[in-house]
Design a protein around this ligand. Structure first.
Ligand code: TXA
Ligand code: MG
Length: 323
């Protein structure tokens, strides 16, 4: 069911991406699980195919720096790094531009977006032919190691994606370095293909991640909602609502409970993929609408745990965690 496409079939792979299908593609680091980053349903399908229990923000791939910087806002440091390391294994986390076309789910609802220009001729050809930002986590099932050949991709994802574009083994084999420049400082979020020393040579000191053990200790002390710097609504969130009051805003799934002061429907037909695409937008909208109308809380109808439901519930639990 999953097509294996050769280097001569880039146009076919691009057509699949444009149709909202998932296409794994080679980069210099590892194979990516590509989807149209502007298309919420395609992005939701990525999480579904990976079997991710929660929504990690995805890296968006571009064929050139200018295209990346049309969606994310670079500062002087980002421009310097792009000129030096792109195409290449560096991912920069930058503020989303107001006009950013990347679907909110691809960014897991954050105000930032991770962008990179991969150094692989097939990846660049595919992105150019598809003419879109391509969202791409590593093309493995959640919890498994990143794939560096088309066989690895098929081992994990055969039947779950439309195609894999086979470019042979990846040259780097470890993922890109992820550098956060969005908050003013510079912080290393993930060591990777570009050594952090080479980054520091260009832009000065970069904060290193807290060692895992210490991070775990910190994590257990803080509320789950603080574990990730995900967007959290300013209104309190109440889960598993079975009724709703007029002073509450309702995030609905299926037939809406009557009587809410404001309503956002995730999926009338209880389609989890549709709900995933409308979750972050809904939290933002209800938060704004709730503030405008003087509502006190966002009530959320129960969402089942199967398929994408696990990720949706994970995100809702974070939004509802005490702050
Ligand atoms: O080499 C790579 O980076 C590969 C190839 C396919 O490009 N991609 C990859 O993607 O490793 P993924 O999804 O497996 O890892 C993306 C990492 C995650 O650790 C994620 O949390 C982080 O980047 N990330 C993405 N967007 C972010 C954001 N807006 N803020 C903070 N971290 C972000
Ligand atoms: Mg990964």
């Amino acid at each position: 069911m999953t097509l294996r496409l050769g280097p001569a079939e880039v146009a076919r792979a691009a057509a699949l991406l444009r149709a909202g299908e998932l296409v794994a593609f080679p980069t210099e680091t590892v194979y990516g699980l590509g989807a149209d980053a502007r298309n919420g349903r395609a992005v939701a399908a990525v999480f579904e195919a990976k079997g991710r229990p929660h929504f990690n923000p995805l890296i968006c791939h571009f064929a050139e720096a200018n295209a990346a910087f049309a969606e994310a806002l670079p500062d002087e440091r980002a421009r310097l790094l792009a000129a030096r390391f792109w195409p290449g294994p560096l991912t920069m986390v930058l503020p989303r531009r107001a006009e950013c076309r990347i679907d909110l789910l691809a960014g897991a609802g954050l105000d930032t977006i991770a962008v990179r220009v991969p150094a692989h001729p097939l990846a660049l050809a595919l992105i150019r032919a598809a003419d879109m930002p391509v969202a791409g986590p590593s093309a493995n099932r959640s919890g498994q190691v990143s794939p560096t050949t088309a066989e690895h991709v098929l081992d994990g994802l055969s039947g779950r994606i439309a195609a894999v574009l086979d470019g042979g083994p990846c040259a780097v084999g470890v993922e890109s370095t992820v550098l956060d420049l969005a908050a003013g400082g510079a912080a290393l979020l993930r060591p990777g293909g570009v050594p952090v020393e080479e980054i520091e040579a260009l832009i000065g000191p970069v904060a290193r991640p807290i060692p895992l053990a210490a991070a775990e200790r910190t994590r257990s002390l803080r509320s789950p909602g603080m574990m990730l710097s995900h967007y959290a609504p300013s209104l309190p969130v109440r889960l598993d609502a079975e009724s709703v009051a007029p002073e509450e805003a309702l995030l609905a799934f299926g037939r809406p409970l009557p009587g809410a002061g404001a309503l956002w429907q995730m999926s009338e037909t209880r389609d989890l993929r549709e709900a995933a695409t409308r979750l972050f937008a809904g939290l933002r909208w209800l938060d704004a609408e709730g503030a405008r109308l003087g509502l006190v809380r966002i009530a959320v109808m129960q969402v089942p745990m199967d398929g994408l439901g696990a990720a949706i519930n994970d995100r809702l639990a974070r939004a509802a965690a005490p702050r």
